[in-house]
Design a protein around this ligand. Structure first.
Ligand SMILES: NC(=O)c1ccc[n+]([C@@H]2O[C@H](COP(=O)([O-])OP(=O)(O)OC[C@H]3O[C@@H](n4cnc5c(N)ncnc54)[C@H](O)[C@@H]3O)[C@@H](O)[C@H]2O)c1
Length: 319
């Protein structure tokens, strides 16, 4: 049995479905603070907090957990700047309780959802794992702190970790059963598609004077199902190699905000008005992954991250 935290959320719920389709048994622990009960597709659901030692003991006693996949967190950059207390408590302190329980119950395989936000404003693109770590906000630091905790626990107690630094997770279950539902939504593709749905009047483009070909920021979009597949490969790696790994997960393709909006227009057939506004503080011009390490060491091959397919699956899931 795998314990997956945050399995009522966007990426976690997709990973649960993928794991189950490959024959894995999965238990989900989620406090539903940002997730949805109807996104939990396993019968083994525990509603509770990762910082609650009692519920962790119950789960670890009721099931033989071979690995923890830890997705639960708060994940909005702007909110983390306004409320760092919430982020360090939920993402770091509560996670420490979870990792400590893993140690106490002999659960030695730990897979952690980290982020490219740990790199900050990079000097060199594409971004490989040896890029200096310099988060620009409490969210990025909260993820980095957990990475350091995992490394210290590994050295002291012999646990092993796989850290995945995701780029921009996007797309949805092609069967339309699961979808992206952040509230408030901060991610570009669902925001643009909400305009196509008529739920918003226009999409704001923050900054059109960046040093990129069309002046708007460039990001690397990776399909949630490709992320889920990496988790399965990460689990196999931990069981086989019994050593740690840190891997960037991105498609290695960069798309500008304008290119994303154009693809959304093409897929939906809607006009999608855009409004140009000032740059937001802290947005790097270009973030694109170098995922060579995940490809060579894990054998990961993103197959579902063509931008048009990402938008098609997201659009289908919203309808
Ligand atoms: N979405 C992205 O593009 C992206 C990029 C990089 C990293 N990540 C990371 O991936 C993970 C999943 O992101 P997501 O977009 O699916 O977020 P999400 O908000 O959709 O899901 C997070 C889930 O965790 C649950 N949760 C939060 N705190 C909890 C706690 N203390 N105890 C139990 N459950 C708790 C929420 O209820 C929610 O269901 C996060 O760790 C995030 O930092 C996401």
């Amino acid at each position: 049995m795998i314990l997956l935290t945050g399995g009522a959320g966007y990426i976690g719920s997709h990973c649960v479905k993928r794991l189950m389709s490959k024959g894995y048994e999965v238990a989900v622990l989620d406090n539903l603070s940002r997730g949805f009960r109807d996104a939990v597709v396993t019968p083994y659901f525990y509603e509770g907090d990762i910082g609650d030692r009692a519920i962790l003991e119950k789960i670890f006693t009721e099931h033989k957990i071979e690995a923890v996949m830890h997705f639960s967190a708060f994940a909005a950059v702007g909110e983390s700047v306004e409320h760092p207390d919430m982020y360090y408590k939920n993402n770091v302190a509560q996670t420490l309780t979870l990792i400590t329980a893993c140690r106490d119950f002999g659960v030695n395989n730990f897979i952690f959802s980290s982020t490219c936000a740990t790199y900050g404003d990079v000097k060199k693109v594409p971004i490989s794992e040896d890029t200096p770590i310099a988060p620009l906000n409490p969210y990025g630091w909260s993820k980095r702190m957990v990475e350091l905790i995992l490394d210290d626990f590994s050295k002291a107690y012999g646990m092993h970790y796989c850290i995945f630094r995701y780029f921009n997770a996007a797309g949805a279950d092609p069967e339309g059963q699961l979808r992206e539902r952040h509230d408030p939504e901060t991610h570009l593709i669902p925001l643009v598609l909400q305009v196509a749905q008529g739920k918003r009047q226009s999409i704001k483009v923050f900054g059109t004077d960046y040093p990129t070909p069309d002046g708007t920021c460039i990001r690397d979009y990776i399909h949630v199902d490709d992320l889920s597949e990496a988790h399965i490969l990460g689990l196999e790696y931990l069981k086989r190699e019994k050593k740690n790994g840190i891997f960037n997960l991105g498609s290695e393709n960069g798309f500008s905000v304008r290119e994303v909006i154009d693809v959304c227009r093409k897929v939906t057939g809607k006009e999608i008005p855009e409004v140009m506004v000032e740059r937001r503080p802290g947005d790097a011009p270009k973030l694109v992954a170098d995922s060579t390490k995940a490809k060579t060491i894990l054998g990961w091959q993103p197959k579902e991250s063509e931008l048009e397919y990402i938008v098609e699956t997201a659009w289908k899931s919203m309808k």
